[in-house]
Design a binder for this molecule. Structure first.
Ligand code: 13P
Length: 252
């Protein structure tokens, strides 16, 4: 049985006092939500203070990125060990915003996935197509290529632990969601690729999220699809009540 996982990607939002206020508002709203894993991913600068608020709660801490090297002359970067140090459990990797604005490549993402596992962090790997890819019938091929490249350094034991977020780029921050049935088709395709490359055990255990304009109003339509095991939430994760509604829609 795959445990549903709802993760909030706060992106580049919230100074420390605002991050602490948000988490203090969220904690009691989801305190009785058993049966789903709940993750919040604040910016690096708020990881420590938010993490302190999470001790003894049912919410775990995630980060939004890491660098693949263990340590050294990489100005401005953050290693996996530094995240573990702060109590981080999950790390978002390969988000389309990093692919777009930081020029992150699939090879870099593959190295980051390997570094995360080496430090016992659980990655949430983001994949997804551009609107033109979907309009021209290439959506599945694009996502399949991303998976082939991004997962190439991993073992099937590691892929069992992985979370893959299908986030169509045209649905992020636009209010324009994928059709739940299309998201479910893509989740099935992702699981088939995992089965092909890593075997049926990994395919049965890997958790697949949908992300892209998920809200309290639409989350149930995604989370009720077989094969969609959770959501990666951007904008709505910045509002405690909305995020709590999404968490509740994941409880089975
Ligand atoms: P929105 O929920 O704001 O569309 O963002 C989705 C996302 O990019 C989560 O990683």
């Amino acid at each position: 049985m795959r445990v549903p996982i709802i993760a909030g990607n706060w992106k580049m939002n919230k100074t420390v006092p605002k991050a602490v206020a948000l988490i203090q508002e969220l904690v009691p709203l989801v305190a009785h939500s058993q049966g789903a894993e709940i993750v919040v991913c604040p910016p690096f600068t708020a990881l420590y203070p938010v993490g302190r608020e999470l001790s003894g709660t049912n919410i775990v801490l995630g980060a939004q990125n890491l660098f693949w090297a263990d340590q050294g002359a990489y100005t401005g970067e953050i290693s996996a060990a530094m995240l573990v140090d702060l109590g981080v459990s999950y790390v978002i990797l390969g988000h389309s915003e990093r692919r777009a604005y930081q020029g992150e490549t699939d090879t870099q993402i593959a190295n980051k996935l390997q570094a995360a596992f080496k430090a016992a962090l659980r990655p949430i790997l983001c994949v997804g197509e551009h609107l033109t890819d979907r309009e021209q019938g290439r959506a599945q091929a694009v996502v399949e290529t991303q998976l082939e490249e991004d997962l190439k350094l991993l073992s099937s034991e590691q892929v069992r632990q992985l979370v893959i977020a299908y986030e169509p780029i045209w649905a992020i921050g636009t209010g324009r969601c994928a059709e739940p049935a299309d998201a479910a088709d893509m989740a099935q395709m992702i699981r088939n690729v995992v089965a092909d490359k890593f075997g049926p055990g990994a395919a049965a255990e890997v958790r697949i999220q949908y992300g892209g304009s998920v809200s309290g109003a639409n989350s149930h339509s995604f989370l009720s699809q077989a094969g969609i095991d959770g959501a990666l939430v951007g904008g709505a994760s910045l509002k405690a009540e909305d995020f709590a509604t999404i968490v509740k829609s994941a409880l089975r």
